[in-house]
Each structure stands twice: as C-alpha cells, then as structure tokens.
Ligand binder design. Structure first.
Ligand code: HEM
Length: 370
C-alpha cells in the first residue's frame, strides 16, 4: 500500500550489491524516477501522444529495473506500474510549481512520494474497493466506531492467511482471455488484430521477452487507458469479468510461470494451472475447505465461525500444515515464494502418491469463458 515496488530504497540509498536490481532515479534530477523508452516498430500505428516515447519500464537488457519484478509479468500490470512512475514525476513538477517553500531534492521527493502514495491509497479505497463491494459497504466500515479490524490490539498490521491464500484470490475470476487493449490490438482492429490475447499480454513484457528482437516494449503496444476507465462503456472487453466461480481458460495454461525446466513435466503442468495451485496452496497451509466453512463446526473445541463476520484475531504463531476441517489462523503475513511452492508441490504429490492430470484436463474448473 506504500508503493514500495515503485520506490525501492529511495533516491539516496547506497549502491546495491552487484547483480541485484535497484530502482533507478534520474541522474540529472534525483527526485524523479527513471523511465524506459519504447522500441519503434513498423507494425500498426503509433499510440498517441506519438512523440512521447517514455512509455516503458526502465530496463537493463530486458530486465525491468523495478522494486518487484512480478510487476513486469504481464503488460497490464507493467503499464500500470509505469503510470505510477510517471505520476510521481508529474507530482515532482507540481510540488516545484506550487510549493516553492520545499527546497532541495530530498524535500521535493518526499512530498511527491506522499502525494503519489495518498492518491494510490485513495484510489484503492474509493475506486477499487467501492467497485468490488456492495454499495454502502466501504462507508459502513469507514464510519463504524467499533474497531472492526481489531487494529488497536496489535503492534503492527498483518495480513491474515485466509486473505492472501484464499479470499483475495477472488481476483483470478476477474481476469479475461482477451482485451480491447489499444487501436492496434483491439478496436477498430483494422491495423493489426481485433483483440489482445491473454498470451500476448504475457509475451509483451520483459519477462515474456517481447516476442521478438526488441529490448523494450514495441511502440505499437502501449496501453490506451481511456478504454478501461470509462464506466459507461458497454464493451465487455474493457472491463474485468464478473466475480464468480469461473476462470478464463488461459489461467489453466499460464505462460511465464515455470522458470525451472528441470522440473518434472507433471509439476510444470501443475504450476501453470492457477486453480490447482490455489487449491494446493490452501491444502498445504491448512485452510479450511469451503465445505468446512459452510458446515457447522465438527468439534466444539475448534469452532468454525458461523457468521460471515471476519475475525482477524491472532491465535497461533505458526501456520498449520496439511488438510484441516477447522478454521485455523496464521499469525504472520505469508509471502508466496516460488521455491517454497515447488517444494510443497513435490511433497504433496509424493504424499498423495500420484501425479496431477495433464493441464488440458480442466475438470476442476468450471467451463472457461472469456
Ligand atoms: C492475469 C492475472 C493473474 C495471474 C496470471 C495470477 C497468477 C497468480 C499466481 C501464479 C499466483 C501464485 C499461486 C500460488 O502458487 O499460490 C497468484 C497468487 C495470488 N493472486 Fe493472482 N494472478 C492474477 C491476477 C490476480 C488478481 C486480479 C488478484 C486480486 C485482485 C490476484 C490475487 C492474488 C493473491 C492474493 C495471491 C496470493 C499472493 C500471496 O500469497 O502472496 N491475482 N496469482
């Protein structure tokens, strides 16, 4: 929520150890973040404003120099990251123009960083949260005088395991198979293609290799954000999909997901299948199944909450392992690590004494829709 991925260790951090990525700041003006340039191409048309080429992430080779490389995994998130890099730089200009009392690079940087963070946080609460919840829910939480999130009883906020491993993954159902991305890959689509596919969204990033010789984003691929912010549009492929029990088909064959070709094929297939990964992750971390949450508690000593009220109380310093029919909590934030996932997958497969079915089998997801 503090946009750490945008700022890294800040403009005055000591040089990082060789081989590590550090967020680069502009040499001539250290209050500003570096941007990357588009690679001009002859396919399709240039996206307005055509003379503005600073519309890629900063890169060394193809590797994005950003605080969290996962933001370069697909083009939508990469371009959103870029939008915030540019927002910060515009905020620097605004501070210099409107608050001349802030002198020196450090003061200007800190003020612009605050403005950018606050804007992001405001958008999260008043745009994103209000959009995905029932009308009135956000206001009801914000104006409630009780400490609904139990913040007073803890030293530091933490993220409940149920949130990261289950609840917040609802977003996976919102992902589309195709998007009306820009005038080359979307409407009118008479230049290159009528849509941008999910696969292209993962190809046209540094992690996807840009699907060609370009070392930076090709000039026909920048986002046209006005397509995605017009709430009155009736065009489906400019919006997230409905939050429901369906997943877009490409999420069963995720690209850019397996970076270790030495893994057995069955495990590679599993790692590319998002529904299976989510289920396995929940299983390994001992989350209750949906059925267990819906049913009355099987044991009076470990009651499952019977109301949908969310409790964020800490009750156990460690996460439980293995399948569980009771609600358990993990006392600290859980961060997914690919190596841990691989280890968990191997161990779960060997405990189950079986291999997963090939990824073409989508029997554990509902029929795909795009
Ligand atoms: C193209 C879109 C997306 C792809 C390909 C994707 C893929 C993934 C993958 C591979 C994981 C790790 C799964 C595991 O092994 O545990 C993951 C985790 C997660 N995803 Fe997504 N995801 C996408 C969009 C979203 C959205 C839109 C949301 C929420 C609004 C979301 C929320 C989460 C959460 C909360 C986690 C767990 C993170 C953690 O435990 O640290 N994802 N996603």
């Amino acid at each position: 929520m503090n946009l750490d991925a945008l700022y890294g260790d800040g403009p005055f951090a000591p040089p990082p150890p060789p081989g590590t990525v550090a967020v680069p700041y502009q040499a001539q003006d250290r209050a500003k973040l570096q941007l990357g340039a588009l690679t001009p191409v002859n396919i399709g048309v240039r996206i307005p404003p055509v003379d503005d080429l600073a519309r890629d992430l900063p890169r060394v080779g193809k590797v994005a120099q950003i605080g969290d490389g996962r933001n370069d995994e697909n083009l939508i998130v990469a371009q959103l990251h870029l939008a915030f890099l540019r927002f910060h730089n515009a905020a620097v200009d605004w501070v210099r123009a409107h608050e001349p009392e802030r002198t020196g690079v450090g003061q200007v940087f800190l003020r612009a960083r605050d403005l950018t963070r606050w804007t992001y946080q405001w958008l999260c609460v008043h745009d994103f949260l209000e959009t995905i919840t029932q009308p009135g829910t956000v206001d009801a939480v914000l104006t409630n005088e009780d400490d609904l999130l139990d913040l007073a009883s803890r030293d530091v906020p933490y993220m409940p395991l149920e949130f990261s491993v289950a609840a917040y993954r609802f977003g996976h159902s919102m992902v589309r198979g195709t998007y009306d991305w820009n005038r080359n890959f979307g409407r009118p689509g008479n230049n290159t293609a009528k849509v941008a596919t999910f696969e292209q969204m993962f190809q046209f990033t540094g992690r996807g290799g840009f699907a060609g010789p370009a070392q930076t984003l090709p000039g026909n691929w920048p986002a046209e954000w006005d397509r995605f912010v017009d709430r009155n549009s009736l065009l489906d492929d400019r919006f997230a999909r409905r939050i429901d029990t369906h997943l877009a088909f490409p999420l069963s064959q995720m690209v850019n997901q397996v970076d270790d070709p030495t893994l057995p094929g069955a495990i590679q297939d599993l790692l590319k299948h998002l529904a299976r990964r989510n289920l396995l992750r929940g299983y390994r971390l001992g989350l209750p199944t949906g059925q267990a949450v819906a049913e009355p508690s099987p044991s009076p000593r470990s009651p499952v909450p019977s109301s949908p009220k969310v409790s964020t109380r800490r009750s156990s310093p460690r996460c439980s392992r293995g399948p569980s029919l009771t609600a358990r909590r993990c006392g600290s934030t859980y961060f997914a690590k690919p190596s841990a996932m691989r280890k968990a997958t191997r161990s779960a497969l060997s405990a189950a004494g079986s291999s997963p079915k090939p990824s073409s089998d989508t029997s554990d997801t509902t029929p795909p829709r795009t």
